[in-house]
Design a protein around this ligand. Sequence first.
Ligand code: BGC
Length: 345
Amino acid sequence: MKRLYLLLAIALVATLLVSCGPRPTPAKPSAENFRVVVIGKSVHPYWSNVELGVRAAARDLGLREDQAIFFVPPTEDVAKQIEVMETYIAQKVTGIAIAPSDPAALEPVMKKAAEAGIIVTTLDTPPVEGSVSLVYIGTDNYAAGRMAGEVMKQLLPEGGKVGIGRGSDTALNALQRTQGFLDAIAGTKIQALEPVNDKEDAARALELANSVLSAHPDLAGAFGVYAYNGPAWATAIKEAGKAGKIKLVCFDATTDIINGIKEGVIHATIAQREYDMGYKSVQLIYLIATKGKEAAFAEMGVKNGVIDTGVDVITAKNLKEYEAALDARGIPHEWTTKGWEPPSQ
Ligand code: BGC
């Protein structure tokens, strides 16, 4: 009898463990019905590079084009991101990788997806703490923001006012970059102005850069937090006739940014590896779906729920080496340094 009770108790504990345990891993899809969706934040060459990564991964995995879907709204649009998530949850896709423009607002729908057995990951901009996102694939934005601040410190040893343009007041990558930058310049004579927010609208970013410049004729530097912010500052600075004088540090390495470096209006940029973010998002979801979470994490080197894609700090000095490194890895870029030489000092 005692033995029977013991067996019953074991069975009960086992049942409880199973029902309270982690969500069941989604059913292994056959290559036929595998579908992954990558949702970005705005229409921009930065996101086109992410899409190139998505396409390349799909090709390398032997997927059909319709098995790797890429979507971005025109500008920052949290409601649209939620709506698109809902659409693909209803279609029961295999996995969704999203760059949440507002992580708190996106979390409930990400949770809904996870509960429906969809593999949910994030890229480019991190989710809330304790999110259902299994892995964040992207830049360590706080560290990268600090790098930008360190570069600004070197460029402005005497200090001065620095304008900050960014595309979101909710996306964690914008907030963490700004914080890293502010922490790096703390205790120096650099005075950061209140960040201006264009909501990922490049035309608005230019208007805001122009208005900061005219409100502060003594502006010594500018920090462009998102990919189009550097070029927006560059245009405003050139129009004000202050190219080279106002020190400009920004993020990313799209064609207009590289041109800004070649012209000497952009002093440095923190280049993210957005192609890898797109590529690895598809690859990871595919591996989780086909081999299970543990094997996928081991294969992809997931550490504490993160795949840090890394950054490159680019100036006129190392631009040629940067291009050579991209070429060596087969990463496409429209710009070239052919026929251009860095200034001698
Ligand atoms: C950011 C993205 C943003 C993009 C805008 C990048 O620096 O990482 O989150 O959408 O700029 O073009």
